[in-house]
Write a protein that binds this ligand. Structure first.
Ligand SMILES: Cc1ncc(COP(=O)(O)O)c(C=O)c1O
Length: 402
């Protein structure tokens, strides 16, 4: 990309909340990579688990009669953790995979119910659901959606208001519930600019889905595995998803892995007895990859042993207390915190990517989001002192532009 050519930073090592580049510079990782490393970088336990698993078995597929022990164990662990009773789990390789699968399954489900027009997937303005064909088509960030010819890679999609329930209901009525397969939402909009939900909004979406018989998909690719102080944000907001998608934190990013948890309503039709049991044709080579599942199991054990989910809940308060005073800064337009996630949205006088670059020079990795905000999503192993230090660094860089 011309915008970064000649300025790239090559990271070669990670240790705890820090990464190191090939020049030996150390950076505090205020974004946890791309929102993924709950347990921090360079964990020896995960390296050992990975090496042991590869020596034993790299993987074995889950086609036909076959399973592998790691996938079987992880599916039980995840099914216990998700706030869906009697969930079935399908594994794949990341968040975009998981969202793609959930959208396909929603469409397949309604075809089986004989409701053949229920094909449209609704999603929120500013949402991000990866960049597979479905992810691109349902993303609420227009620049990711356009430019492929036609209005959308998958035409049967539509955006709804990201904060106004009455507007969402009006959209449903206008499109017609008989045409809508599912509504997908991130509990906290992440890559689209970090917007925690308005009070009652997520619960209201869930209710609208029940009222209009629309499947409710919750994308917990960022919020899953502790980000909001609960294993899943759906617990925090009391949601009852028909499908819940996850990735990133399941392995803390040490190995690629994604998954979809599926409620009985959606999986039961595919388990009907008889010769003509319907099939959901979905199987990828690396579904339930044994190495990825072994690392995920160890990662989740570390999170339990070190109480990292509770810790993320505590750190939300620490981050809010440190960050909110930045509201007063003349170059700051808004400050938002939701879970152990934050954003400092800058005024139009100063581009966030310039500030992010200057913070990187000072040894703090931040990222600019599309709404001119700095993304803050540190590992759960971050200390109070480190939070204070990076907030002072943001303040100091902003001061230098006054
Ligand atoms: C909420 C959400 N969903 C889906 C994705 C896509 O995940 P992946 O990049 O693993 O395909 C992301 C990635 O950041 C995400 O934030």
């Amino acid at each position: 990309m011309p915008s970064v050519l000649g300025r790239q930073i090559t990271i070669e090592r990670g240790e705890g909340n820090y990464v190191f580049d090939t020049e030996g510079n150390r950076y505090f990782d205020a974004c946890a990579g791309l929102w993924h490393t709950q347990v921090g970088h360079g964990r020896k336990e995960l390296a050992t688990t990975a090496a042991e698993q590869i020596e034993k078995l790299e993987t074995f597929h889950l086609f036909g009669r076959f399973l592998n022990d790691q996938a079987a164990e992880l599916s039980n662990v995840v099914a216990e953790l998700v706030p869906i009773e009697n969930a079935k789990i399908i594994f794949n390789s990341g968040g975009g995979d998981a969202d793609d699968l959930a959208c396909k399954l929603a469409r397949r489900y309604w075809q089986l119910q004989g409701k053949r027009d229920k094909k449209i997937i609704l999603s929120r303005d500013f949402s991000y659901h990866g960049l597979h064909a479905f992810g691109s088509a349902i993303g609420g960030l227009e620049f990711n959606r356009l430019g492929f010819g036609g209005d959308s890679l998958i035409p049967e999609t539509a955006r709804v208001s990201f904060h106004d329930l009455e507007a969402v209901e009006a959209s449903i009525q206008e499109i017609g519930a008989d045409n809508i397969a599912a509504l997908i939402t991130e509990p906290i909009i992440g890559a689209g600019g970090l917007y925690p939900p308005e009070p009652g909004y997520l619960e209201g979406l869930n209710e609208l889905c029940r009222k209009y018989d629309i499947l409710f998909i919750v994308d917990e690719v960022i919020t899953g595995f502790g980000r909001t102080g609960k294993w899943f944000a759906s617990e925090r907001w009391n949601l009852q998803p028909d499908m819940l998608t996850m990735a990133k934190g399941i392995t803390s990013g040490y190995v690629p892995l994604g998954a979809v948890a599926i409620a009985p309503r959606v999986w039961e039709p595919f388990f009907a007895e008889g010769a003509d049991t319907p099939i959901f044709r979905q199987g990828i080579t690396y579904s339930g990859h044994a190495l990825a599942c072994a690392v995920a199991l160890r990662n989740l054990q570390i999170m339990r042993d070190e109480n990292l989910v509770e810790r993320a809940g505590e750190l939300e308060g620490v981050l809010a207390a440190e960050l909110m005073p930045l509201h007063e800064h003349p170059l700051v337009a808004d400050v938002r915190v939701g879970g152990f996630l934050g954003a400092v949205e800058l005024s139009s006088d100063i581009p966030a990517n310039v500030i992010a670059d200057e913070l990187i020079e000072r040894g703090f990795i931040f990222r600019a989001l599309p709404n001119n905000a700095l993304q803050i999503s540190p590992p759960f192993t971050t200390t109070e002192a480190e939070i204070s230090e990076f907030v002072r660094a943001i303040e100091s860089v902003l001061d230098s532009h006054l």
